[in-house]
Write a protein that binds this ligand. Sequence first.
Ligand SMILES: Cc1ncc(COP(=O)(O)O)c(C=O)c1O
Length: 398
Amino acid sequence: MNHDLDLLHPYPFEKLAALKASITPPNDLAHIALSIGEPKHEPPAFVLRTLSENLNRLANYPATKGLPELREAIAHWANHRFQLCTPLDAETQVLPVNGTREALFAFAQAVVDRSQHNPLVVSPNPFYQIYEGAALLAGAKPHFLNCTASNGFIPDFDAIDAQVWRDCQLLYICTPGNPTGAVISTEQFQTLIKLADQYDFVIASDECYSELYRDEKNPPPGLLQAASDMGRNDYARCVVFHSLSKRSNLPGLRSGFVAGDATILQKFLTYRTYHGCAMPVPSQIASVAAWNDEDHVLANRDAYRTKFDAVLNILDDCLDVTMPEAGFYLWPKLPISGEMFAQRLFAEENITVLPGAYLSRECDGVNPGEHYVRMALVATEDECVEAAHRIRRFVSRL
Ligand SMILES: Cc1ncc(COP(=O)(O)O)c(C=O)c1O
């Protein structure tokens, strides 16, 4: 077997199950899970209808490159959403993927050149664990950049050692961030693009939470938008990852896309053709319907906004927590370790949250997730409000 498999860390939810295993929570309180980042709002009915109306298309093998109408719908959406000066070419600069998870993983396998000395895959810390596994199985070393309250949860990219950038082949960024909700600014993107040119690396921008923002007048910028604003019309070295999972509450559809640098995407398409990960045709047609509609996305954002307001009203003065610019997580700073907080909250209030350290690694002598937990506000507003009241009661006892 491939020895690199032994390098993979247990997934955060395995660690969480072990943490909870010996605890019996109070049985007079219904369990509330704030641990899993799975959207729970209703998926749009018209997308489900489109999917079921096209099931007969399962009779066809799908092409890895996807249907032209799906690539067109995606390009149209991205051009409009990110106000791209040079519109994306649906033929060469867009590829559908079966959710961003598989694409983020596969991308490192296609990009990393393991024949180079000390190949690094750089990513934020805390981070989505796929980045690390992708790096390890591509034969690269993960290198983490701490995201802490003191840097606004976005690393100071200019301050990173030049040797790290020299060895870096692939940089993952996640904006809006999971778990912090922090949003990378256009200026920060442009700093990264200049660094990528100077040191010759590829930027993979995971933007799968980009549509869950709080301020309707201030949507998070994207990497392609920052590139376009610099007049970089070929989006060289830049690839973005988007998903219908969070935007449209369709995590089970497994539908997303990558877009950007045509040269990179052409190689990635070759990789994917062998990998065998074409999206079923009914899912592609349903995805066209989803990307073409913004009303359901607006309604989704409204629902999160109301829910975040209600929960933060209750938690504001008892926890060190702020309204995230985007995403569906709270990332409160705690007076005790995240593990202890999670364990006791489950034992005393039957609420599951994820210890922050399960999403991060110790780096430069610090584990930036240690005194945090991640709370996913995905359940109904009533359930989240009930959870907030119980958390408030719990914190008052600490
Ligand atoms: C940061 C981040 N990226 C990517 C994904 C994968 O999402 P999907 O594969 O559903 O598009 C997730 C899922 O939770 C995530 O949190």
